[in-house]
Design a binder for this molecule. Sequence first.
Ligand code: FES
Length: 114
Amino acid sequence: MIQWIEIGHLQDIPRLGARVVTTDWGNIAIFRTAGDEVWALDDRCPHRGGPLSQGIVHGKVVTCPLHNRQINLTDGQVLAPDKGCTHSYPVKVIETGQLLLGIPETYKQALQLT
Ligand code: FES
């Protein structure tokens, strides 16, 4: 089962930027596209752990700031010719603009958007 947790407001995240939710199991990067879509990935590149939240968002892709691997925001898959995957989470915007992050109920609660 998924548990939906309020993590802030869409306006808290700049377009083509990201914010980080700190959790007991690691940081989750919340990305906002130019079209106001939001996506959530572990803030850890599958290559060498680069902070994806500090990467460049273009389309539905983020480019890792360390070695430029490109990661699909929709599923965490590294784009070819590179390989790898980082964990993705469901995230949605409700009518008020509040962001809800979906995490497995077995995980501890997210703390806050920073
Ligand atoms: S750590 Fe992300 S590309 Fe190397």
